[in-house]
Structure formats: structure tokens, C-alpha cells
Design a protein around this ligand. Sequence first.
Ligand SMILES: *Cc1c(COP(=O)(O)O)cnc(C)c1O
Length: 369
Amino acid sequence: MRPDLDLLVPSYVREFEPYIPSKPDPELMKLYGCSKLFRLNNNENPFGPPPAAQEIIRKFPPPQAAVYPSGDSYYLRHVVAAFHALDPDQILVGNGANEVITFVIKAFCQEGDNIITADKTFAVYEWVATFSGVGAKLIPLRDYGFDDQGMLQAIDEHTKILFVCNPNNPTGTYWSTERLRAFLDAVDGRQIVVVDEAYFEFVEQDDFPNGIALIKDYPNLVVFRTFSKMYGIAGLRIGYLAGDRQVVDTIRRTCVVYSVNTVAQEAAVAALQDNTGHVGRTRALVREVKAFLTAELAKMKLPVINGEGNFLIIKLPGSDTLAYRKLMREGIMIRSMTGFRFPNHIRITVSHMEAMEAFVTALKKTMAQ
Ligand SMILES: *Cc1c(COP(=O)(O)O)cnc(C)c1O
């Protein structure tokens, strides 16, 4: 007999609309009839991993695959801790920053609680809350940035966590050190404040805060970092959170060990220790390409939202989902933003000049269609 899913499944799971990932490249190329595909949808680093991490991946001994990884990413936590002058017990590593989002929500929220974040930001905070039976209060962006006052006003007795994406994906806006401190002062330890710094390594502004350096002053602050963006190992799935020791001890209870594989742990160590200028090289590319793109888009009279990070948003005169299909036929994959409550906008990843030129050519062609 089939299970009675109406009876078995909580309503918040039944009603949740699952995210549909894109198909593998060969399937997409068949579907859209293109012979080449530039993926500009996930903010990946076109340089790939730093050379030291590439070497680790190349040299991984195949028999080692039979052996479980370190359950708590022991060596990586020590390297990360030394990097930030923290204690290794203040670091919790996950299968991508995505997984550490689930750890934090599970650790602090029960049904009836809520989290607060923005309406147009990385959607996973909202998704994990929603399918866990936790409310998500989405505060509209103000001038494309997180609205600190709006978030503070939305706090109620059931609020457990405030999520701030700094800089924000997809708008690239950020809170300065002063603004983040003022927010943390106002929260005053009553809730957990998560600052997601997935794009930290791309930002070169003097007033941009290093959240991890603020943890000693604000024990309710939890900071996320990932190896998927600047460090180019998105495919290996690894990211971490940092926080006050007691807070991290609490979050650790909700984390399933062995979710982070050995290659990812070792490649992440190598990525942090790389001394070939990977970060500087990537930043230089992002600067150069953003200058090229903004000039081209200005010529096309298309409005752009261009902040920090290796991505920017373009406002189109028409449907973004239609533009997605047209660009796919030209071998260009962008992120259509309707699903992020940004209708008629697309987000594109800053990549190699070859891909950027192909994108501009394809955009011109599809807009004339
Ligand atoms: C890409 C991204 C992440 C997730 O990174 P993973 O470590 O690959 O799970 C988290 N937050 C933001 C804002 C991102 O853009």
C-alpha cells in the first residue's frame, strides 16, 4: 500500500516548492542545440582552484577513497583557526556553506520560531527555515541593500536568528564595519546574528568588515565562509562557520559528522596556504571584466546593479526567463532572477574575457530577436 503522504508529511514540507537544479551540460547542449556552453550562473571562479589545491586533487591516492575522512575536519580547522587567530573549536566545517546554514537553523529554531533576512538575497536561509517549519520574515531591501532598521523592527519574541549576506548576493551591496557594529549593538546578544561572507575575498573596500574579527566583541555573531567562490572548489563542497566557542559547541550538536570529504578538506588547506597570488589574480580579473561589461552594457543602455563580488545584475527591457532560453541557445547560461523576486533581471558571473565577449555578443543578438 502507498503511504498516506497527507498524514505523514508535515504541511510545511508538503507545501514547499523544491528548487530545480540545472541539468548537466551535455543534456542542456542537446536541449538547446548549442555546441559550447559558458556557465555564468553560479559565481564560480574561472581560474579554478589555486595551483596548490589542484596539486592535492591530482595526487589524491585512490585507495584513500575507502577510508572515512576526518569527522571534524581536524587539520583544516587548525589551519583556518590560525588564519583568523581563533581557537580551532570556534570553527565548524560543513559540506558547503549551504550545510552550515542547516546546522545553525537546527541548533536554534523550533516550530513556531522565526528567522529574519531580506527578500532579495541568497534564498537558502529562507528555504531551510520554511521546510523546517520555521517562519522566515523577509524584509525588503532598501537601496538594494539589507535594511538594518527594518530587520531590527521585525524582531519578535520568536525570532532566533538574523541572516545578513555581506556583501549581498545578488546585489553586491554591503554594510560597513560601523553599520554592522551598530546592528550588533542594537541586537545586544538577544538573537544570533549570522553574517554570510561567501564573497568576502572579493571585496577591497576599506570600510568592509571582517566579521570573524568581530566575534570576540559579539559572542552572538556567527560568520560563514566558503571555498566555493574565490577558492574555486565548489564541486568539492566545503565551507565553514566561525563563532564564539560556546555558540559553536551548541551548533556542533546538530551536525552530522563525515559530511565533508577528504579531498575537499585537503584541497581547502592547500587553497588557504597557496602563495601563487590566486586571490590577487582573481580580483584583477574581476576588476578588468567588470569595467569591460559595464562599458558594454552602458552602450546598450541596459541598467546594471554592480556592487562587490564576482557577479552583477542586468535589468532587461523584457522577460528574464525568456532571455534565459534565448541565451541558452547561444551557449550562455545566466541566472534569471524572477525566482529571486527580481523579475526582468539577470545575474551573470564575472568570468574569462572569452566568455564575457561571447555573452555580450549573444545578448545583443537575442535582444534584437
Ligand atoms: C554560493 C553561496 C553560498 C554557498 O556556498 P557553498 O559553500 O557552495 O554551499 C552561501 N552563501 C552565499 C551568499 C553564496 O552566494
